[in-house]
Design a protein around this ligand. Sequence first.
Ligand code: FE
Length: 206
Amino acid sequence: MAGDHKHNDPLPETVLRVKSLESLLIEKGLVEAAALDALVDRYETKVGPKNGAKVIARAWADVDFKQRLLTDGSAAIAEFGFSGGQGEELVAVENTEAIHNVVVCTLCSCYPWPVLGLPPVWYKSAPYRSRVVREPRKVLAEFGTTLPETTEVRVWDSTAETRYLVVPRRPPGTDGMTEDDLALLVTRDSMIGVSVALTPAQAREI
Ligand code: FE
């Protein structure tokens, strides 16, 4: 992981391998292209980080909802119709000026599927899993995230039972924005905790 690829982009080699595998499966008549497309679409868009972004935007806009999210993450995301599917408990952890949270699964790749979709390749990599525990600030810096020394960094280890969702800090200059607009500032990486949410200006550049 250490600087060998851009963290925000999928590995081109991985994409190619997936495509080759897909063509082979279709050629051999093992799967239908339409079924595969529907599955990928489901995890990239419906089950993917857009769900999480909606949850975070609501938490920023609605103090009562944020309180419910921090008290019982699974119940709060169920208000959107998002549910675990594997019976796991979702725990939301809030970033503040004093505390920055980051999530890992040191054993394998446990990840909050209902709100974030499929985990990125780097999340499952051995270097991320071991290094973010030992040297979180260094790993965060590699993602372009530099925090003040006075901010405590907390690393949360996901398990099959407990999955974590980071509530990033609401960026400045976002007063009065609608939930839909706020959701555009919430990136997948900001909900894993390796990045912070985008400012409106940064979101416009994407
Ligand atoms: Fe795991």
